[in-house]
Design a protein. Structure first.
Ligand code: FAD
Ligand code: UDP
Length: 378
């Protein structure tokens, strides 16, 4: 008999949740991670008594009550509601696009006034497209102008999007912008989901709870340690690293988008008054500034903690050795990923999971939901 039922490569949410349910079914697991810590991208580092989201701001949100109840059974979540503010040339606007934004942009006070303003600008965009013989929006710029009009496009979308994607809005696909909510109510909640929040005490508590009683090894790269020998220690492999790397890049390399962070401590309790401020003009080099304490400290607690930690977020072109963050959604990468997924299906002893293992953009809740489904919990 093998020592383990499962060798799990990667201690992110997929690997950790998988180990949790496996253990409850009496399975023996070993979780390895090449990083010096557990938790994958939700890992937080404590600085000045603040949980700093080391790999980017993470807000848990879901409509699935079973997923919400499950994560809350591991660690209770707080009432954090994501309501980013946009800074364009020093003037502030609420996001997502809602009555507050329309008031700040045009001084309109009622939904009818706001709708009339947007309709007027949409009509201009539509007329221009028709004159050019286009029936459907051909790119992100046209789509955005049809959705919300020129003023908001120029102020809140163009610069941010071009920084984030490193390409002009006229060269980006229309679908990227389709999911942005447009609301004719005074509601700054970025998400439409019924449940959202941050684990009280930080994400490390969620990971620690999921991995409680599970054997783990950090600083352990699968390719340097178990690649050739894993079948002698475990019956099955759960692999949440990059799918192309597993196959030795035999079909070619997948592209990734990445972000980098410049983090600093400010000697004041409250730097920007909000967890997330987007900088929507092209000239500011970063896309947004995160003030980590606001994810978990509210009211007086903000001031009880005398300092604050700030991260500027920069979009970057992925190069060898950087963290692969986001799959690139274009034809070349989609068909290459399909080819790797076909290879992956051939080995029934290996489960490919998570955003790197499946080359799909997953938020946290869908990752938990997938694992719960695999173990018959949903
Ligand atoms: P990961 O967390 O990436 O874990 C994979 C693990 O595998 C890593 O720890 C890695 O070190 C390890 N690994 C890889 N290769 C090897 C190897 N060869 N050997 C050993 N270990 C290996 N989701 C939300 O719901 N809300 C948000 O606000 C949100 N914000 C995000 C912001 C950013 C910048 C990013 C990048 C993602 C965000 N997400 C958000 C998505 C969220 O991070 C993912 O859904 C989640 O981390 C997926 O977990 P995972 O286990 O698949 O991957
Ligand atoms: N977006 C924008 N201005 C903003 C925030 C978002 O133009 O202030 C656009 C941008 O094109 C981005 C898309 O909306 O890619 C989706 O934004 P979201 O915050 O949902 O994406 P994420 O940053 O999580 O990838």
């Amino acid at each position: 008999m093998q020592k383990y039922d499962y060798l799990i490569v990667g201690s992110g949410l997929f690997g950790a949740a998988f180990a949790y349910f496996a253990k409850r079914k009496g399975k023996r697991c070993l979780v390895i991670d090449k990083r010096p810590h557990l938790g994958g991208n939700v890992y937080c580092e404590q600085i000045e008594g603040i949980n700093v989201h080391k790999y980017g701001a993470h807000i848990f949100h879901t409509n699935n009550k079973k997923v919400w109840d499950f994560v809350n059974s591991i660690v209770p979540f707080n009432r954090y509601t994501n309501s980013p503010v946009a800074n364009y040339k020093g003037k502030l606007y609420n996001l997502p696009f809602n009555m507050n934004t329309f008031y700040q942009m045009w001084g309109v006070r009622t939904p009818d006034e706001a709708k009339a303003k947007i309709e007027e600008q949409k009509a201009e965009a539509l007329a221009k497209m028709k004159a050019e013989g286009a029936a459907e929006p051909r790119n992100l710029e046209e789509q955005a102008k049809l959705l919300i009009g020129n003023d908001i496009y120029e102020t809140l979308i163009k610069g941010y999007t071009e920084k984030q994607w490193g390409r002009k809005c006229t060269e980006l696909p229309a679908f990227i912008i389709k999911r942005l909510p447009v609301r004719f109510v005074f509601d700054n909640n970025y998400f439409n989901d019924s449940y959202q929040g941050i684990p009280i005490g930080g994400y490390n508590r969620l990971i620690d709870g999921l991995l409680d009683g599970v054997e783990t090894k950090v600083d352990t790269d699968f390719f340097a340690s178990y690649r050739d020998t894993w079948r002698s220690v475990a019956d099955k492999l759960v692999y949440t690293g990059a799918i192309d790397e597993y196959f030795g890049f035999s079909l070619g390399k997948l592209d990734w988008r990445t972000v980098s962070f410049k983090t600093r401590i400010e000697d004041m309790p409250n730097f920007q008054g909000n967890a997330v401020v987007n900088y929507t003009e092209r000239e500011v080099p970063y896309t947004r500034v995160i003030e980590h304490k606001h994810f978990e400290m509210f009211g007086q607690a903000v001031y009880d903690c005398p300092r604050t930690v700030i991260s500027e977020e920069y979009s970057a072109e992925y190069k060898e050795g950087m963290e692969p963050y986001y799959p690139v959604n274009d034809d070349r990468n989609n068909s290459l990923a399909d080819a790797y997924r076909a290879l992956a299906q051939k080995d029934t002893d290996v489960i490919f999971g998570g955003r790197l293992g499946q080359y799909k953009y997953y938020d946290m809740a869908p990752v938990i939901e997938q694992v719960m489904t695999m173990w018959g919990m949903i």
